[in-house]
Design a protein around this ligand. Structure first.
Ligand code: GLY
Length: 336
């Protein structure tokens, strides 16, 4: 796309009567979108989207908040807590795969409509990293706590210790350890091996928030941190424009500050879909060897428009609004 589409928008607040005549809606708030001379009145309809199939249950929890006029921030925290607590999920929360030494370390971040953000990385033995990340955001002057410091902070905040990894996960890890060759294997991040959950929500007030949480690359080097807890990489929210999150190989996402890139493209006037496609193109251009390099982006703009795109086939996401609840296959650049 050669020509940048300039777009600006602002919130109108509570709609006047004339607006409800224009377009009756349950939503009480409207946005005015301007394209040069053209003006469009857009009602704000709450929406939540999240990566992969585990997003369905997470969205259900988030919708309990959004559907009752709650805040997007509360919705994105409540939503991904469901995935973090799922003992059958091997890439998020307490059911996740450990690092090479058998330690399960979790990464998460959260960001609200005022650009407040919080994150934890390499957090061990605490079941809800997303809630710890929110506490970092709300109770400290910092953005990110890692490792032992993050754990000490979580315990001080009243979070409970959990014993990880789970027994069956530890058994799998021991088997993996026995297979020397497997240690050199590239991670397979596709629709069989689900990755991070990233969640983006727009509430009735027209405010955006996002969350992102993962156990990261299974059997990673101890101390490895991916994109998920890094604001701008795994997640970025700018309430004036939109929000984006990433899934897949974190190292590749960090290299292009992926989620921030998607949001900045939306700021330039590209749609969420175009922005995700351009970020994926940038990743492809930066890597000679794309073997196993799956990355997917998910984006939501200020008006509730959604986009998603991945390097390889297989990325999908869950969407929920007052009118629908479904899984959608993202577009992709290539087949495996
Ligand atoms: N996207 C998750 C990770 O690379 O850790």
């Amino acid at each position: 796309m050669s020509e940048l589409k300039r777009r600006s928008f602002f919130k109108l607040g509570l709609a006047g009567l004339f607006l409800s005549v224009l377009k009756p809606s349950k939503a009480s708030n409207y946005l005015e979108e301007t394209f040069g001379e053209k003006r469009k009145i857009v009602p704000i309809e709450p929406i939540v989207i999240s990566t992969w199939k585990h997003g369905v249950d997470a969205n259900t929890a988030a919708w309990k908040v959004l559907g009752s006029s709650g805040r997007a921030l509360d919705a994105v925290e409540a939503g991904v807590r469901i995935t973090e607590a799922d003992i059958n999920n091997r890439s998020v929360g307490i059911g996740g795969r450990p690092d090479r030494d058998g330690h399960l370390t979790l990464d998460a971040c959260i960001m609200d409509e005022n650009s407040n953000c919080g994150a934890v990385a390499c957090l061990e033995g605490i079941d809800h990293p997303i809630s710890v990340a929110r506490k970092v955001m709300e109770e400290t002057p910092h953005v990110m706590l890692v490792g032992k410091g993050a754990k000490a902070f979580a315990l001080k905040q009243g979070f409970l210790k959990v014993k990880t990894p789970l027994k069956e996960v530890k058994k799998e890890w021991k088997e993996w350890k026995r297979d020397e060759k497997a240690k050199l294997k590239h991670p397979e991040i596709n629709n069989e091996n689900h990755d991070t959950i990233g969640m983006l929500a727009l509430d009735k007030e027209g405010n955006l928030s996002g969350s992102c949480t993962t156990s990261g690359w299974g059997y990673k080097l101890p101390g490895r941190v991916g994109d998920s807890p890094i604001i701008g990489a795994g997640l970025f929210v700018d309430n004036e424009v939109g929000a984006a999150c990433a899934t897949g190989l974190g190292e590749a996402v960090i290299r292009i500050a992926g989620s921030h890139t998607v949001v900045e493209l939306m700021r330039q006037g590209f749609t969420p879909q175009e922005s995700c496609e351009m970020a994926v193109e940038r990743i492809i251009a930066k890597h000679e060897d794309l073997t196993g390099l799956q990355v997917g982006f998910l984006a939501l703009d200020k008006f509730g428009n959604v986009g998603a795109h991945s390097v390889y086939y297989g990325f999908n996401y869950a969407i929920q609004t007052a009118k629908m609840e479904k899984m959608i296959d993202a577009s992709y650049d290539r087949n495996w």
